[in-house]
Ligand binder design. Structure first.
Ligand SMILES: Cc1cc2nc3c(=O)[nH]c(=O)nc-3n(C[C@H](O)[C@H](O)[C@H](O)COP(=O)(O)OP(=O)(O)OC[C@H]3O[C@@H](n4cnc5c(N)ncnc54)[C@H](O)[C@@H]3O)c2cc1C
Ligand SMILES: NC(=O)c1ccc[n+]([C@@H]2O[C@H](COP(=O)([O-])OP(=O)(O)OC[C@H]3O[C@@H](n4cnc5c(N)ncnc54)[C@H](OP(=O)(O)O)[C@@H]3O)[C@@H](O)[C@H]2O)c1
Length: 556
């Protein structure tokens, strides 16, 4: 693979951990810091300073025999001046080349994966220019449309993403659906490398009869609804029933349960949409069952989220002590986070609540409970067949132990009456373009540490790379790793040499297709509008839900 004349990666950040390197720090084995142009050139040539070194100002003339001979002295002084001039011109030339040779990178998706990948590339390659394409009019992916409104501290990552987006070497291109408005091969032709960071936009189906009945929603749609995802703004779930069932025992299930049960006045100062708050104020849901096909040792939620549930005002937990029999002995063997989580479950199920908890729970009018060893088998219809009225659960037992234990049906079933079924069994990525390999079983783009298998110059990061699990911090680490792999490939000469047009080529294509991207400063206008609309109600923002209205506000 040709490297000569092509783009080269700086040595900074490559070979180190990337994520751990701060400005000015270098990976293991790198040369000490210098601050001149020579340093920049050295960096760009990956530390191979041969040609530049031969013309360096440090070249030793004074000690040579030629200099000691007076007849040669004048000619040598001239030669030295010529060489020094050559050095200066050489450096200037190299610098000019570098400035011309931007590394053009395209990132698809502006969630944590897209932004962290961009951040890594911009930080570790001084000539990188990153365009982030996003299908929505607004950035930040699940940080805006997934993270619960009562977890505002999690959304602080937006400040870091905003800094990245404001970099002169980064551009946000919203309102562009990759795979529809522009094809991946077109992006690959315009950029040196393309990173797919488009997340997991779908939900995993239950694949059981009755799943399509009114009253059954994916947790993904429900979360999108309360968080103002435009495609879910019409969801209007009917919360006039007494009991809701959530299938799945992950953190999304707990988010949904918490939002259903939190007294609405506690959500009023969050960025939940006013429409969702209106529906929640009218809610008659009193009991929420969170159903898992395996046991207490296999729940997928984490301790912080469980604690929030236990402490939720106006609610009490319902845990069956029988589910926890014999667990006390087994938790000694499990890893510490799982041990602490199970101990909390065990205490809640088997011990009398402390004074504070008891005082909070006594007047509680709402309850939530965990049901274990139950796998969804069928959504039961109401007598008129027009909506969900319950769920049939297959009773299960475990085969195997620990995290890897499998739920197998015992043959028994249990019917649980409910008017609302929320399926929270995981998100799912979709294939984006026929030219991009996709593993439909795992729901990921096949890759080796972020390098898309068999497609040079194509990379992936985030949920579409590793599947739809992991918090923002996990996504950050994996996105930095993808960035690192890309820069390693660049250094090895595996990316196309010569300049690439980048956005100039794509802009022309989009314009010919009637697509008008929005910029980051457009988002900042929408952001200001949202913040101003929220002010009156004491909310951090009132999210804009209608893309047409948003475009109108941008004068389109
Ligand atoms: C409900 C929920 C709550 C969560 N809460 C937390 C939490 O409190 N704390 C925490 O640490 N983690 C939380 N997470 C996990 C966290 O959100 C993920 O780790 C992270 O968002 C994954 O990042 P991503 O960039 O891969 O995907 P996403 O955040 O989904 O970003 C993908 C982006 O790609 C865009 N896109 C999709 N298709 C296209 C296309 N064809 N063209 C252009 N753009 C496209 C999408 O619009 C989106 O903006 C939560 C997850 C969920 C589902
Ligand atoms: N506050 C936070 O930090 C926060 C909030 C929300 C989400 N997140 C993160 O986002 C990621 C996604 O969360 P998630 O809750 O969607 O996924 P998850 O953690 O993978 O949980 C999915 C749940 O669905 C169950 N399940 C899967 N397939 C099933 C089936 N066919 N039938 C019955 N049950 C099934 C799983 O059970 P099995 O284990 O038996 O498969 C598991 O209990 C997680 O990493 C999560 O931590 C974090």
């Amino acid at each position: 693979m040709a490297a000569r004349g092509g783009l080269r990666a700086p040595s900074v950040g490559v070979g180190g951990t990337g994520a751990g390197l701060e400005r000015g720090e270098r990976g293991p084995g790198a040369r000490p810091e210098r601050s001149s142009h020579a340093d920049e050139i050295g960096v760009v040539y990956g530390g191979r300073r041969g040609p530049v070194r031969a013309l360096d100002e440090d070249t030793d003339f004074e000690g040579s025999d030629e200099v000691r001979d007076p007849a040669n002295a004048k000619a040598l002084r001239k030669k030295r001046r010529r060489v020094q001039l050559g050095v200066k011109l050489g450096k200037l030339h190299l610098l000019t080349l570098l400035l011309e040779q931007h590394l053009q990178i395209c990132v698809v998706g502006s969630g944590p994966a897209g932004f962290y990948t961009a951040q890594h590339l911009l930080k570790h390659h001084p000539q990188a220019h990153v365009d982030i394409y996003e299908k929505q009019l607004v950035p930040f992916g699940l940080v805006r449309f997934g993270v619960a409104p009562d977890h505002p501290e999690v959304k602080n990552v937006i400040n870091t993403f905003t800094q990245t987006a404001r970099s002169a070497r980064c551009a946000f291109r919203g309102n562009v659906v990759v795979g529809r408005d522009v094809a991946v091969p077109e992006l690959r032709a315009a950029y040196h490398a393309v990173v797919l960071s488009y997340g997991a936009e779908d939900h995993r189906a239950l694949e059981i009869p009755g799943e399509e009945l009114p009253g059954v929603f994916s947790a993904r749609a429900f979360v999108g609804w309360y968080n103002g995802l435009p495609e879910n703004r019409e969801l209007a779930p009917d919360l006039s029933c007494d009991t809701a069932v959530i299938l799945g025992q992950g953190n999304v299930a707990l988010d949904v349960a918490r939002i259903l049960l939190t007294p609405p006045e506690h959500l009023e100062k969050t960025d939940i949409t006013e429409a969702a708050l209106g529906v929640l104020r009218q809610s008659r849901v009193k009991t929420v069952w969170i159903v898992g096909r395996r046991g207490p040792l296999q729940v997928a939620f984490t301790i912080k989220e469980l604690r929030e549930m236990i402490q939720l005002p106006g609610t009490r937990p319902i845990l069956d002590p029988a589910d926890f029999l014999g667990l006390q002995d087994r938790i000694k063997e499990v890893p510490r986070p799982r041990k602490r989580l199970t101990e909390l479950l065990l205490r809640t199920a088997t011990e009398k609540p402390g004074t504070e908890d008891a005082a909070r729970q006594a007047p509680a009018s709402r309850a939530w409970g965990l049901r274990f060893f139950r796998s969804p088998q069928q959504v039961l219809p109401s007598p008129d067949g027009r909506r969900a009225a319950g769920i049939r659960l297959a009773v299960t037992r475990l085969e195997g132990v620990g995290e890897a234990a499998r739920a197998v049906p015992t043959g028994d079933t249990e019917d649980l009456p409910c008017g609302l079924v929320l399926s929270s069994v995981g998100y799912k990525s979709r294939p984006i373009d026929p030219s991009v390999p996709f593993d439909p079983k795992l729901g990921v783009i096949p890759n080796m540490e972020g390098r898309v298998v068999d497609v040079p110059g194509l990379y992936c990061s985030g949920w579409v790379k590793r599947g739809p699990t992991g918090v923002i911090a996990t996504t950050m680490t994996d996105s930095f790793l993808t960035g690192q792999m890309l820069l390693q490939d660049l250094k090895a000469g595996l990316l196309p040499p010569g300049p690439r047009p980048g956005y100039a080529a794509i802009e022309a294509l989009l314009s010919s297709r009637g697509v008008r991207p929005v910029s980051f400063s457009d988002w900042e206008k929408l952001d200001a509008e949202e913040v101003s609309r929220g002010k009156g109600a004491g909310k951090p923002r009132e999210k804009l839900l209608d893309p047409q209205e948003m475009l109108g506000l941008l004068g389109r």
